[in-house]
Write a protein that binds this ligand. Structure first.
Ligand code: NDP
Ligand code: GDR
Length: 324
């Protein structure tokens, strides 16, 4: 029998990679997409015809029930969220409605859809925030540092709570930063790779950034969606840290990205107060050993390879944009 999956957040970075993975595995894939006045399918244009697209919004529980009825899924991957940390200070209530309460709305709809439906929640290393332990594991206490981190922590605990209260097959992936050429332009890695490409091609000369010191455990999104799938194949639901176990600063990302095209980052990067955050997460580094032992998951893409892939992706994109 063909397995059926529902992905919320289909149009986002991870939604597109997960949809590719599940289609490759022979799944029938339904993607939930929220209504907007312009179509927003850049990341899924190449697979759009293979996916059933259903309108729905995490802010509207009735719409989620309709989506569940249409999709009749065996597995639900909740990737939808207001996911940009910086915006969460300006839109704290919306972030809470979507990224926190949205999870409860979806869990309610999934619970009513049947006992056999498996659920994945996209939890985040931002829940560790001002870290109390290095590296961070599944047992590290949480200390979120932004309205986004606080909202994700709610989403995480409500998933654990519904698992324990109702016996749902609900798992949380505590994923550390993962990037790709499909990453949103507002996130620092893609902002850097896109600016590097435009600087290299002579279109601009400057890259304005906030704090260059924060360190992140950066992996490749294409590797990470596989861990999501593996979690739902287990008999027993549980929560897993998904990370590379390596950390690098924003400055290191800059150095490597500029070096990739033969430039010196110091000639172009300008620090700008506008991109500083009211509270910063200084250091994240995950310990993925439980995922390795129990899921058989390990990351395949190293840091330098990731930086190179993103800069190359933007060089191609910017050159194409210049031609049209
Ligand atoms: P993106 O920001 O690229 O995608 C977010 C998706 O959520 C988009 O499809 C967006 O739709 C959708 N969305 C936003 N609000 C709503 C809503 N109210 N109803 C329905 N859909 C909505 O995020 P990523 O792909 O990078 O991340 C996927 C998930 O994983 C997110 O939950 C994120 O918080 C979490 N996460 C991400 C990590 C990372 O490093 N990428 C690490 C850890 C967790 P639209 O296109 O219309 O805006
Ligand atoms: P993050 O990603 O907050 O870790 O959340 P982001 O790329 O936005 O920031 C990473 C670090 O870079 C610093 N920084 C800048 N960030 C941005 N966006 N723009 C800048 O100009 C800039 N200058 C410096 C930030 O201060 C920060 O320290 C991502 C999101 O995908 C979340 O949804 C996810 O949960 C976490 O990763 C894990």
């Amino acid at each position: 029998m063909t397995k059926r999956a529902l992905i919320t957040g289909l149009t986002g970075q991870d939604g597109s990679y997960l949809a590719e993975l599940l289609l490759d595995k022979g799944y029938h894939v339904t993607g939930m997409v929220r209504r907007s006045s312009t179509v927003n399918f850049e990341r899924i244009a190449h697979i759009q015809d293979d996916i059933e697209i259903v309108p729905g919004d995490l802010l509207d529980e009735m719409s989620l029930r309709h989506v569940l009825a249409a999709a009749r899924p065996d597995e639900v991957y909740n990737l939808a969220a207001q996911s940009f940390v910086q915006t969460s200070w300006q839109q704290a209530v919306l972030t809470g409605e979507t990224t926190a309460l949205g999870v409860t709305r979806l869990l309610n709809a999934v619970r009513d859809a049947g006992d056999d439906v498996r659920f994945y929640q996209a939890s985040s290393s931002e829940m560790f925030g001002k870290v109390v332990e290095v590296p961070q594991t599944e047992r590290t206490p949480f200390y979120p540092r932004s309205p986004y981190g606080v909202a994700k922590l709610y989403g995480h605990w409500i998933t654990v709570n519904y698992r324990e209260s109702y016996g749902m097959h609900a798992s949380s992936g505590i994923l550390f930063n993962h990037e790709s050429p499909r990453r949103g332009l507002e996130f620092v890695t893609r902002k850097i790779s896109n600016h590097v490409a435009r600087i290299k091609l002579g279109l601009i000369n400057e890259l304005r950034l906030g704090d260059l010191d924060p360190q992140r455990d950066w992996g490749f999104a294409g590797d990470y969606v596989e861990a999501m799938w593996l979690m739902l194949q287990r008999d027993t639901p549980s929560d897993f840290v998904v990370a590379t176990g390596e950390t690098h600063s924003v400055q290191e990302f800059c150095e490597l990205a500029f070096k990739h095209v033969g430039l010196d980052w110091q000639d172009h990067v300008v620090q700008d107060q506008r991109f500083m955050r009211p509270a910063e997460v200084d250091l994240l580094i995950g310990d993925p050993s439980r995922a390795a032992d129990e899921l058989g998951w390990t990351p395949r893409t190293g840091f330098a390879q990731l930086v190179g892939m993103m800069v190359e992706g933007d060089l191609e994109l910017v050159a194409r944009q210049q031609r049209v």
